[in-house]
Design a protein around this ligand. Structure first.
Ligand code: SAM
Length: 318
């Protein structure tokens, strides 16, 4: 049997692409409008036969997208997140409306299934109206839809406390009935497994930076991840890394912190990649760290997506 085809919208650095390819799907189209993400994407997952299309999704005509079986998209989450602007579909810069580009493509192409990923708060945004509209729009197209919030530390064997909503839909009722979200699995990986075991560059240390005086008395344990929350230090008690976010790229204060024999430092972009389950062979391009922090914060926990992709595959094959 030939492998099923998917498209990767809002592709970023290819986290969803890697997960679906690992599960045996074939990517036929990727799009993002961020040129720095494309640099990282191209270094790792570029296919000459199917280059990532750099451009605004709103300008992409559906007839230019090849046929496919599954639409995947971690659509931009800012308008839906509490940490963001609380603007939902009415976001004045139009970002909230990108969901309607997903609808447009689903309507024109009618793939058998889709997977959408977003922040957990999508469910409670605008007192539940946002998710209601999302369901209504998808169901109008004939899709049967279900969603679940999964935490990477419970479903991906990754020591990161990352709760995301995964919305899955199928055209065929049988596939919808057969699809189950993955079961919880044991967390065996620890922070240590994700931190570099070699010395990292001095630029990641705070030892002689102004913030050091404010944080040094609170950051006292090794093998614990801390965060500077504008005015105070927060210790992560459950021995995992807090959610990596896109705004780690802005100013750096949200980048998780660790203590070792040499001092206090932020975790590196490579360590962020590890906490998201990117493979060791995934290369980091020579671009500013701020871009890399943002890209890994924006990306997905690959093992969680891969487990969902496996279940989508079983539901479509039966
Ligand atoms: C939450 S991230 C998704 C990251 C991706 N799943 C990954 O694994 O890296 C959202 C992405 O949407 C892209 N984006 C935002 N607005 C866009 C638009 N109008 N057209 C195309 N891409 C857009 C951003 O550049 C960002 O990479």
């Amino acid at each position: 049997m030939t492998s099923m085809k998917f498209i990767d919208l809002f592709a970023g650095i290819g986290g969803i692409k890697i997960a679906f390819e690992n599960a045996g799907f074939d990517c036929v189209f990727s799009n993002d409008f961020d040129k720095n993400s494309k640099i990282t994407f191209d270094l790792n997952v570029r296919k000459i036969s199917n280059e990532m299309i750099l451009g605004d999704i709103q300008d992409i005509k559906t007839h230019s997208i090849p046929d496919f079986d599954i639409l995947c998209g971690g659509f931009p989450c800012q308008p839906f997140s509490v940490a963001g602007y609380r603007q939902g579909f009415e976001d004045e810069r139009g970002r909230g409306n990108l969901f309607f580009d997903i609808i447009r493509i689903l309507k024109d192409k009618k793939p058998r299934a889709f997977l959408l990923e977003n922040v957990k708060n999508l469910k409670t945004h605008d007192s539940g109206n946002t998710i209601k509209v999302i369901y209504q729009e998808l169901e109008k197209l004939g899709y049967k839809v279900k969603d679940q919030v999964l935490n990477s530390m419970e479903y991906g064997n990754l020591p990161q406390n990352r709760e995301r909503i995964y919305i899955v839909g199928f055209l065929e009722k049988k596939s919808f009935d057969d699809f189950k979200f993955p079961e919880k699995i044991l967390l065996t990986k620890t922070i240590r497994n994700c931190l570099e075991n070699k010395e990292v560059d001095d630029k990641y240390y705070y030892n002689d930076k102004p913030l050091y005086e404010k944080i040094k008395n609170d950051i006292v344990k090794k093998n614990t991840i801390y965060q500077w929350r504008r005015k105070y230090v927060r210790e992560n008690k459950n021995n995992v890394c807090p959610t990596l976010t896109a705004n780690m790229g802005m100013g750096g204060h949200n980048v998780p912190l660790v203590l070792n024999g040499k001092g206090i430092r932020k975790i590196t972009p490579r360590e962020c990649a590890n906490f998201q389950g990117f493979p060791k062979k995934y290369k980091l391009p020579n671009i500013a760290d701020s871009h890399l922090y943002k890209q890994f914060g924006n990306s997905v926990s690959i093992p969680v997506i891969e487990r969902i992709a496996e279940n989508i595959k079983s539901a479509l094959i039966k």
